[in-house]
Design a protein around this ligand. Structure first.
Ligand SMILES: *[C@@H]1O[C@H](CO)[C@@H](O)[C@H](O)[C@H]1NC(C)=O
Ligand SMILES: *[C@@H]1O[C@H](CO)[C@@H](O)[C@H](O)[C@H]1NC(C)=O
Length: 391
């Protein structure tokens, strides 16, 4: 049985969010990066080390902003679609769970954490009261698990601007045992644009004591930028050449420990396919929120996404072992450049493609994946986003 005191504290923390989520105006000052050849530009804010716009070239030599967001970045602080709300009774009245999280870095532990509980060393069934067992806020699926590092994960923290140049920005965040995780973690992220339509994000983190770390960059894409007569990503083609397995999950989106071979399923993107085909083939299909393992899952992989309407192609290469694909429905006003605020980001208007580790590996010891870091083991995460125009 769940510990009622703990659940109460989780709800209390959620209710008092505006007090906890302190921020200053500089959190939302945008830093603009432009590639010297004019192929790409990006804006970032320190709050969550968040990407707020990304302009790339299309087939007609114009440019589109391929990421959703808010015209006023300070709305990231109150973001009504943030998983912080999901633990409250309010969620009972929601038709579906909305998770906006517009393009931040997510940590200390991204994705789900079963029962908001883990032990160090890891075990399959942590004993709740054992001294080596840790508890994190239950902010997902009516208090069944932790999502995206808790209520005040790294995406909701004031990172510090360390340095900026016309092509690169570096932010640092010091996470002092937040959200029930052990030890202090210092995380440094650098975002760089370069010629030929490249955005590179590199992250490293160091811990003062043993702690799990698993990061993602939670970017949603619409490669038409809502400029080519389509309001969704169903016509986008997706290619995960090394994605032979997805992680099987239970009703709380928590891994069961099993892997599903993609052959013959709607998970098979080893050959490129329109995302919409899966919805057309099965009227009951509600969309993807799944993790594909790249190859044997030891780290590194490639995902491609393109739209024939704009002609924009995105190739993502990473050192991470998995990619989460989330065909979101975001019922939020669009940015001005996307036709907002009169128009909304609606059903499957964007797709999140998140480079990450094996999710909840810290409760799945049978996988043999080591996600525990300490002063002798630095965490690293690198992902390159390369834009081109289809020929
Ligand atoms: C879930 O965690 C709570 C403590 O937060 C514990 O009391 C409970 O036994 C755990 N449930 C399971 C199924 O492990
Ligand atoms: C980025 O590029 C687009 C298209 O060239 C341009 O309209 C926009 O002003 C640029 N953004 C910034 C912040 O420089």
């Amino acid at each position: 049985m769940r510990n009622p005191t703990y659940l109460y504290l989780t709800l209390l923390a959620a209710a008092s969010l505006p007090v906890h989520a302190t921020s200053s105006s500089s959190d939302f000052d945008t830093t603009t990066l432009s590639a010297p050849d004019g192929s790409i530009n990006a804006t970032f804010v320190a709050f969550g080390s968040t990407l707020t716009s990304l302009w790339v070239r299309t087939k007609d030599h114009t440019a589109v902003d391929v990421v959703p967001g808010y015209d006023d970045p300070s709305r990231l602080r109150t973001d009504e679609g943030h998983p912080v709300l999901i633990s409250t009774a309010f969620c009972l009245f929601r038709a579906s769970v909305l998770i906006s999280l517009y393009n931040p870095l997510v940590g200390r532990y991204a994705n789900r954490l079963k029962n908001g509980t883990f032990s160090i060393p890891i075990t399959k069934y942590p004993q709740p009261d054992a001294p080596n067992v840790y508890h994190t806020p239950l902010n997902d699926h009516n208090g069944e698990d932790t999502l995206h590092g808790g209520i005040h994960g790294w995406d909701r923290r004031s990172w510090t601007l360390v340095r900026a140049s016309p092509t690169s920005v570096t932010y640092r965040h010091i996470d002092t045992a937040d959200e029930g995780f052990p030890g202090t973690v210092t995380v440094v992220a650098t975002h760089t644009v370069s010629d030929g339509g490249v955005l590179l994000t590199t992250v490293h983190a160091t811990a003062t004591e043993k702690t799990p770390i698993m990061l993602t960059q939670h970017i949603y894409w619409n490669l038409d930028g809502f400029e080519y007569g389509s309001d969704d990503i169903l016509g986008h083609e997706l290619h995960i050449p090394g994605g032979a397995h997805v992680i099987e999950v239970d009703g709380d989106a928590v891994p069961t420990g099993a892997l599903i071979p993609v052959a013959g399923t709607h998970f098979d993107y080893r050959d490129a396919r329109r995302i919409g085909a899966a919805f057309e083939a099965d009227p009951h299909f509600v969309g993807y929120d799944n993790a594909w393992i790249y190859g044997d899952g030891s780290g590194g992989g490639h995902t491609a996404l393109w739209s024939r309407l704009s002609g924009v192609r995105l190739d993502i290469t990473t050192d991470q072992p998995a990619v989460q694909v989330y065909t979101a429905s975001l019922n939020m006003p669009r940015k001005g450049v996307h036709g907002g605020p009169a128009k909304q980001y609606g059903e499957r208007s964007t797709v999140a493609i998140e480079q990450e580790g094996w999710l909840d590996a810290i409760n799945t010891p049978e996988w043999g994946v080591n996600q525990i870091y300490d002063p002798g083991r630095e965490f690293r995460w690198n992902t390159k986003y390369q834009f081109s125009v289809l020929s």
